[in-house]
Write a protein that binds this ligand. Structure first.
Ligand SMILES: Cc1cc2nc3c(=O)[nH]c(=O)nc-3n(C[C@H](O)[C@H](O)[C@H](O)COP(=O)(O)OP(=O)(O)OC[C@H]3O[C@@H](n4cnc5c(N)ncnc54)[C@H](O)[C@@H]3O)c2cc1C
Length: 338
């Protein structure tokens, strides 16, 4: 049952973990959750953990901002049984009434969130690229930003009547900073309802490299402008010199330069490297909104009005045919000097 606006408080984060590690998207969400609590004028930041051996992860969640961690350290949670996870979260939310529940838009989170939202009879704002609290009609509301309408617009979405307000956020949007040692409360909970209509018969993992674009420190993003270079070979050279990884835009995928798991954007991966170099990428919203977590952005484009320059720390207006060989040569020289 959804709750009235007045009865709920606090911000919760579904803490997704795999092989004994909490996913970075959940850690970043905890930091964001604390910020949202402050803007709401109070309330606790709470993390929820479910699964075998999950209790040993609780202290890390506290260090990243949780005041409280509910833990169902229960072997009967089988991997990827999102129905079971949704039943558990629904029961917990029903008895504690959080104001907001945040989920990583990843493996378990995006599907569990949808199932839980349906059971709780509330809304779910998916693939968010920013979250904030705004005063709307005298009420503090979660305002979630998504890229929409063909990607040429960013939209603000609210869930004014139902509680909890729920949102999924793509990885890399809120990169977690360094954790600080904190204290908090760890509360063991029982997952009473062990029934599930799902039967997980096989888990086939993607190759490691699939996720590495999201974890790479240096990413070279190629766009349609690379066509002027007759392809993306020079971008691979730049990536090699810098020890980075090549990703790209939708046209780069369509041109066959990158594989599907290397496409950055609304329909692809989020990238939040320390260094992002874009080559002939115009900066359409479907691309741009998913690289905002990058530390430093250098962009090369011949169009001085390309939107990519608005988000770049260094913008080089020029033809790739001239700029790129020079860039590679200069970096090689600097590296040689040590
Ligand atoms: C529902 C939907 C979802 C989408 N999802 C995605 C997504 O996930 N990811 C994605 O990338 N796109 C996505 N798109 C497409 C997106 O709208 C853009 O079309 C795309 O990002 C543009 O890619 P681009 O920057 O490579 O190409 P363009 O926009 O064509 O830009 C090419 C750039 O190269 C520059 N250039 C050309 N020649 C040179 C040269 N010689 N030297 C220097 N610069 C040069 C141009 O000035 C231009 O700025 C989606 C669209 C829709 C409708």
């Amino acid at each position: 049952m959804s709750l009235s606006v007045r009865e709920s408080s606090g911000v919760w984060v579904w803490a997704e973990h795999h092989r004994g590690e909490v996913n970075r998207v959940s850690l970043g969400l905890l930091v964001k959750a604390r910020e949202l609590c402050q803007k709401l004028g109070g309330g606790e930041t709470t993390a929820v953990l479910a699964g075998a051996d999950s209790s040993k992860l609780a202290s890390e969640l506290i260090d990243y901002g949780a005041d409280k961690v509910y833990v169902a350290d229960d072997r009967s949670f089988s991997l990827f049984d999102t129905e079971r996870c949704a039943s558990f979260m629904t029961a917990l939310v029903d008895s504690h009434h959080p104001e907001i529940v945040l989920w990583g838009g990843i493996n378990l989170g995006r599907e569990t969130a949808a199932r839980a939202a349906a059971r709780l009879d509330t809304g779910l704002i998916a693939h968010c690229i920013d979250l904030d609290i705004e005063d709307i009609d005298g009420k503090h509301q979660l305002v979630a930003v998504v890229a929409g309408w063909g990607g040429n617009l960013t939209l603000k979405i609210i869930c004014p009547e139902r509680r909890p307000q729920m949102a999924t956020v793509k990885p890399g949007i809120f990169p977690p900073p360094q954790a600080e040692k904190r204290t908090g409360e760890v509360i063991p909970v029982k997952a009473e309802d062990k029934s599930s209509r799902l039967d997980v018969i096989q888990v086939a993992e993607e190759k490691d490299e699939t996720s590495s674009l999201e974890q790479a420190d240096t990413v070279i993003a190629v766009g349609w402008g690379m066509n002027s270079m007759g392809g993306f070979t020079a971008a691979e050279e730049l990536a090699e010199v810098l020890g980075g990884m090549v990703g790209g835009t939708r046209p780069a995928l369509d041109a066959g330069w990158i594989s599907e798991d290397k496409m950055i954007g609304q329909s692809g991966k989020t990238a939040s490297p320390q260094l992002l170099i874009t080559l002939g990428v115009s900066g359409a919203a479907q691309f741009a909104t998913t690289v905002t977590g990058s530390g430093f952005i250098i962009s090369v484009d011949k169009n001085p009005n390309a939107p990519i320059f608005e988000m770049s720390d260094i913008g080089i207006v020029g033809d790739l045919q001239e700029v790129l060989p020079l860039l590679i040569e200069k970096i090689r020289e600097i590296k040689k000097k040590g």
